[in-house]
Design a protein around this ligand. Structure first.
Ligand code: TRP
Length: 360
């Protein structure tokens, strides 16, 4: 049996929104607006695929999707490496295209290509108490691992900028990891505040966006660390060659035991990966049963995982080569998507500036 695609819960498909249905975007046949983003910080890996791209691929067919490459957020702690940040934007675009995101369906948006987002951020800053940022658990965590020179004002402020990213294009559904929950909570509070304080007597309202964490969570790194991350050196990149992939799969932490000894399934990393990536869940169930009894070796599990992942990555490798040969096309995809989003954000910004009385 083929693995079912992730099923998007019905309640997310409903077209009603939390905001006034006469808002400019709420036209007949309204599709929910997805807005989500990634900070460009190098090649994308399986963690991005399982936690984000796989959901996005499904969403792009049903929703109006805007996917943001958050280069300003990357710049906020990498301002000493502007060429690197710029190159990463291109890498992310290539990875997205190779994974199957379709620029005809979705708007690929470069954050700094929409300077109106920065305007909106400044307006939102006037509404958010500093203590809210100081208490943000995700931010607190990230700051712990940073050098002093990286802890810029802009970095501390990225949750507010994220609220602008979401509300500027009127996103109402945000697929994102659980770590982004505090950001979405902040976004909802900003939207409510703007609606109540400035837009109460206007037709135009901001959506109150929902987070959607999806049915696939985070996958662990190849070393067993709770997070797969480039700086942790425990990733499997989406652009790995077959050879690199084999090496990475063989390097996945697994228990040392004699073949015939019964094994422990719980917490077994290779089995976790098989759960996340094997197309046939029945086969994985069988693996688990056999592994528990003893007689099924790590080599067998890894060979199966390698095969599944190689089949997943092979079409991406081909597409990547094809797109890499056509940088003009990739640039146009980013320009077109960014311009489209820019029009939307301009409209939102105009409305909010006007409502705040900044219309001289
Ligand atoms: N901050 C997010 C991250 O680090 C990326 C991001 C930027 C984002 N803007 C966003 C995510 C808007 C969701 C919505 O992953």
């Amino acid at each position: 049996m083929e693995k079912e695609p992730t099923i998007i819960p019905d309640e997310l498909l409903k077209t009603e929104m939390d905001f006034n249905s006469s808002a400019p975007t709420a036209i007949q046949g309204y599709k929910r607006r997805i807005l989500t983003g990634m900070r460009p910080s190098g090649d994308l890996h399986l963690g991005h695929y399982a936690g984000a791209l796989r959901n996005w691929l499904e969403m792009q067919e049903r929703f109006d999707c805007t996917f943001l490459i958050a280069d300003l957020h990357a710049f906020a702690d990498n301002n000493d490496k502007p060429e690197y940040v710029r190159a990463c934007v291109g890498q992310v675009a290539l990875d997205w295209l190779s994974a199957g995101l379709d620029p005809e369906e979705t708007h690929f948006t470069v954050q700094t290509g929409v300077p109106e987002l920065e305007n909106l951020t400044v307006l939102f800053e006037t509404l958010v108490p500093l203590s809210v940022l100081q208490r943000n658990p995700t931010l607190k965590n990230e700051l712990q691992n940073m050098r002093e020179t990286q802890k810029t004002v802009s970095f501390h402020n990225y949750p507010v900028s994220e609220a602008a990213d979401i509300l500027g294009p009127l996103g109402d559904l945000v697929p994102a990891g659980d770590d982004q929950r505090p950001m979405i909570e902040l976004t909802r509070n900003v939207a409510r505040k703007v609606n109540d304080q400035f837009l109460a007597d206007r037709q135009f309202k901001l959506p109150i966006p929902q987070i959607y964490t999806g049915s696939f969570g985070r996958i662990r790194g190849t070393d067993g660390n709770a997070k797969m991350g480039k700086s942790l050196g425990n990733v499997v990149n989406l652009n790995s060659s077959s050879r690199e992939l084999k090496k990475r799969v063989n390097a996945i932490a697994s228990p040392v035991k004699r073949l015939e000894e019964p094994g422990v399934v719980e917490g077994h990393l290779v089995l976790e990966y098989l759960d996340a990536f094997h197309r046939n869940p029945d086969e994985v169930a069988q693996f688990k049963e056999d592994y528990r009894k003893g007689g099924l070796g790590e080599g067998h599990l890894k060979a199966s995982l390698y095969k599944e992942l190689d089949d997943l990555l092979e079409p991406m490798r081909e597409k990547r080569l094809q797109f890499a040969r056509d940088p003009d096309f990739v640039r146009d995809v980013l320009r077109d998507g960014t311009n489209h989003t820019r029009q939307r954000v301009k409209m939102t910004l105009d409305q909010i500036r006007d409502a705040m009385g900044f219309n001289f």
